[in-house]
Design a protein around this ligand. Structure first.
Ligand code: COA
Length: 256
C-alpha cells in the first residue's frame, strides 16, 4: 500500500535531476527529507508484525535511524538522490565494506515517491553510483529486498536481465558478504532456502522485516508469469538477496 494521495506534478523524464553525495557531506536536512519520503512512501507493516509495531501502520524512519542503520560507516557510504522541480522524489542509500580483494557495496535503502514509479528513477539512482569515486573499489554490488522492482533496478546496473542473473555467483558469496557487513540488519540475517541447498528454495535471507507483502507479491506474480523471476518465492519476514559481480573498470570516474 502506497501513498499516492498527493498530486503528481507535470513533468518530462528529463526533468528528473540526480545527485550523489558522499556520506560525510550529507547534512541533517537532507537526511530528514529522506526520512519523510521513506515514511510516506515505503509501505505498511504486515499483519504478523511483532508488537509494539502495529499491523497496517506505515513503516517509519527517522533521520537518526536512517544514518545509523543504512550508513553505519559514514566514510564508506553514499546517498543517491532524485529531485523533480526541486522536490526530493527518491533516494538510495549505499554503503560498502571490505570483502575479498575489494569491497562489497550494498543498497541499504531504496524508495521512490509512489507518484513517480516505473520511470526508472530507482534504476538511475543506482546507476549514478558508478559515477562517484565511492564505486572505485567496489567489486560486488548487492541488495536485500522483498520488492521485485528493487531487485530488478539493481540488475539494471550493467543492463543485465533479471532472468539471466548469475545465481551460482550469488550462492557462492551471499553468506560471506553478509557475514562481514557493517549494517546490523544484514550481519545478523541468516541466509535461507537455496543457500542452504533446499531444492526449489528461494534466494533469500531472514531479515525479520515484516513489511506487508501485498504489493511485492502482486508484482512478483507478473514476473513469474513472464518467466522473468529466478529467485523463488517470497516468505514472510524474508527478503531476496541479489548480488552482482562488478566488472573491472565499471566506475565512470576518471582515475587520478
Ligand atoms: C522498489 C521501488 C524503489 C522501484 O522504484 P522505481 O523507480 O519504480 O523502479 P524502476 O522504474 O527503476 O524499475 C526497475 C524495474 O522494475 C520494473 N518495475 C517497476 N515497478 C514495477 C511494477 N509495479 N510491475 C512490474 N515491473 C515493475 C520496471 O519496469 C524496471 O524494469 P525494466 O528496466 O526491465 O523495465 C519502488 O517501487 C518503491 O519505492 N517501492 C516501495 C519501497 C520498496 O519496496 N523499496 C525496496 C526496498 S530495498
Amino acid at each position: 500500500m502506497v501513498d499516492t494521495s498527493g498530486t503528481a506534478a507535470e513533468f518530462a523524464l528529463n526533468d528528473f535531476h540526480y545527485q550523489v553525495l558522499h556520506g560525510p557531506d550529507v547534512d541533517e536536512e537532507q537526511l530528514k527529507a529522506c526520512a519523510i519520503l521513506f515514511s510516506k512512501n515505503y509501505g505498511v507493516w504486515a499483519a504478523n508484525v511483532p508488537a509494539p509495531l502495529k499491523p497496517g501502520a506505515r513503516v517509519r524512519m527517522s533521520a537518526a535511524k536512517l544514518r545509523q542503520e543504512c550508513m553505519p560507516d559514514l566514510d564508506n557510504s553514499c546517498l543517491s538522490l532524485c529531485f523533480l522541480h526541486g522536490e526530493l522524489v527518491g533516494h538510495a542509500c549505499a554503503t560498502k565494506w571490505l570483502y575479498d580483494e575489494g569491497c562489497a557495496g550494498w543498497i541499504t535503502q531504496l524508495v521512490v515517491d509512489a507518484r513517480y514509479r516505473r520511470r526508472h528513477v530507482a534504476t538511475e539512482m543506482i546507476r549514478m553510483l558508478k559515477r562517484h569515486p565511492w564505486f572505485k573499489d567496489v567489486t560486488i554490488m548487492g541488495i536485500a529486498s522483498s520488492h521485485p522492482a528493487a531487485c530488478n533496478a539493481l540488475c539494471n546496473l550493467f543492463d543485465g536481465k533479471v532472468r539471466e542473473i548469475d545465481l551460482a555467483f550469488i550462492k557462492q558469496h551471499a553468506a560471506s558478504v553478509l557475514g562481514c557487513s557493517t549494517p546490523r540488519f544484514l550481519k545478523n540475517a541468516p541466509v535461507r532456502g537455496a543457500f542452504l541447498g533446499i531444492p526449489g528454495g528461494s534466494y533469500s535471507a531472514d531479515t525479520s522485516f515484516f513489511v506487508d507483502h501485498a504489493e511485492p507479491l502482486e508484482i512478483l506474480q507478473t514476473y513469474v508469469a513472464e518467466e522473468k523471476w529466478p529467485f523463488g518465492e517470497l516468505l514472510d519476514g524474508h527478503e531476496f538477496l541479489v548480488l552482482l559481480s562488478v566488472p573491472e573498470g565499471s566506475c565512470c570516474v576518471e582515475q587520478a
